[in-house]
Design a binder for this molecule. Structure first.
Ligand SMILES: Nc1ncnc2c1ncn2[C@@H]1O[C@H](COP(=O)(O)OP(=O)(O)OP(=O)(O)O)[C@@H](O)[C@H]1O
Ligand SMILES: [Mg+2]
Length: 333
C-alpha cells in the first residue's frame, strides 16, 4: 500500500511534509473519532484524526495528558474500537475483521509494550517472552532470541518470575516479548514511563535497532523528549487532534515544542495567525506553530546505523541529557 502524492494528510492537515508520502504505510488512521460517554460527561478523545505511519520508521506520539495518545494507539493496535473512521494495518481494514480475526492480526503482526508491563506473574521471564509465540504455535528464532535477550541484559534473569524482577527488568522482559516474534509493528504506550534513564536508553536503543536493522515499524507514546529523540518523526496531539510533527528532532527541539503545547497560557497567547490555525471543533486539523518553532530537521538520516554489537549501545547516562550532551540527538540508521 502506498500513500498518494502529497501525503496522507494532504488537504486536511498541513503538518510538516510526511515521509509516508513515498513509502509503504504500516498503519493508518482516517478520520478517526473516539467518543466516551454521552450528555454532560461526553469526552471526544479523538477528533477526526488522519495520520499514516510509514513502514520501517520510528514514530513517537506526544502531547499533554488526556490529549488522546493512548486512545489513538489502542485504536491503531486493534485493542479498542473507534467511534467512526477507519484504521488499516498494512492493507487490512480493521473495521471489517471480526473479533477472532482481530485477535489473530494482533497476535501475528503486532507487538505491544504497555507502561504497566502486563506480564503473567506465574510464568518466568523466558516463558513470558515466548508466550505469544507459544500461543501461536511458533518457535522463536534462537539467534534473534539471543540477540534480544543479550541486548536487553536479561540473560541471567530468564528463570525469574516478574515479582523477582525490578521494574526496569520487567519492562525489558515486556520489550523482549514484543520483539522476539518480529512483528511488523511494535506499539509502545509509554514503554519507558517507569524506567530510569539508563534502562530507558537501553529500551529505546533496541526499538531503534528493530527499525534500523530489521525494518520493523515502531510507534510509541512518550512524555520524555529524550526518548522521543530516538524517533524519526514525532507527532503531536492536543485535544484529540494532530497539531504538528517534527522530523528527526533533538530532545531540545521536542522539549521546546512540548513546553508550548503544555502551557495553555502560551497557547492562548499565540499570534493571530496561529490562533487562526488553531483547531476548531469539527474542522479539519491544522498545524499549531510554536512561538519559536524549532528548526524542522529535514536532513537525510546519518549514514551510521546502530551496529548490532552490544558494545555499540549508547544508553543515556543517568546524569546527562543525551550521548552528545544537551541536544540529545541519536544516530538513526
Ligand atoms: N474508558 C474511558 N471512559 C471515559 N473517558 C475516557 C476513557 N478512556 C479515556 N478517556 C478520556 O479520553 C481522553 C483521552 O484519554 P487518553 O488515555 O487517550 O489520554 P492520553 O493522551 O493517553 O493521556 P496520558 O498522557 O495521561 O496517558 C481523556 O480525557 C480521558 O479522560
Ligand atoms: Mg495515555
Amino acid at each position: 500500500m502506498s500513500v498518494p502524492p502529497g501525503g496522507p494528510n494532504a488537504g486536511t492537515n498541513a503538518a510538516a511534509p510526511n515521509a509516508a508520502a513515498t513509502q509503504t504505510v504500516a498503519a493508518r488512521a482516517e478520520q478517526l473519532t473516539k467518543v466516551y460517554g454521552s450528555g454532560d460527561t461526553i469526552v471526544e478523545a479523538l477528533r477526526h484524526v488522519d495520520v499514516a505511519f510509514a513502514a520501517g520508521e520510528f514514530t513517537a506520539i506526544m502531547g499533554p495528558s488526556g490529549s488522546g495518545k493512548s486512545t489513538l494507539m489502542h485504536c491503531l493496535a486493534g485493542l479498542d474500537a473507534s467511534t467512526s473512521g477507519r484504521v488499516t494495518i498494512g492493507d487490512t481494514d480493521l473495521s471489517v475483521l471480526n473479533d477472532k480475526q482481530t485477535t489473530l492480526l494482533r497476535r501475528d503482526r503486532i507487538g505491544f509494550v504497555f507502561q504497566a508491563f502486563n506480564l503473567v506473574p506465574t510464568l518466568t521471564a523466558k516463558e513470558n517472552i515466548t508466550l505469544p509465540l507459544d500461543i501461536a504455535g511458533r518457535k522463536p528464532d534462537s539467534a534473534w532470541f539471543d540477540t534480544v535477550i543479550d541486548r536487553l541484559g536479561l540473560r541471567d534473569r530468564l528463570g525469574h518470575r516478574p515479582s523477582e524482577l525490578s521494574g526496569g527488568q520487567q519492562q525489558r522482559v515486556a520489550c523482549a516479548r514484543a520483539l522476539v516474534g518480529r512483528p511488523d509493528i511494535i506499539f509502545g504506550d509509554e514503554p519507558t514511563g517507569n524506567l530510569d534513564s539508563r534502562s530507558s536508553g537501553e529500551v529505546m536503543s533496541i526499538l531503534r535497532a528493530a527499525v534500523d536493522e530489521f525494518r520493523q515499524t515502531v510507534i510509541i507514546v512518550t512524555h520524555d523528549p529524550r526518548a522521543a529523540s530516538y524517533a524519526d518523526r514525532v507527532v503531536f496531539l492536543a485535544d484529540g487532534r494532530i497539531v504538528n510533527e517534527l522530523r528527526n528532532p533533538s530532545a531540545d527541539d521536542v522539549f521546546e515544542y512540548m513546553k508550548h503545547l503544555d502551557d495553555p497560557a502560551q497557547r492562548r497567547g499565540a499570534t493571530p495567525a496561529q490562533q487562526q490555525n488553531a483547531p476548531v471543533a469539527g474542522a479539519a486539523p491544522a498545524p499549531l506553530a510554536p512561538p519559536n518553532p524549532p528548526q524542522l530537521n529535514q536532513s537525510p538520516r546519518p549514514a551510521d546505523p546502530i551496529p548490532p554489537a552490544q558494545s555499540s549501545w549508547q544508553p543515556l547516562a543517568a546524569d546527562s541529557d543525551g550521548p552528545d550532551g544537551r541536544s540529545g540527538r541519536h544516530s538513526r540508521g
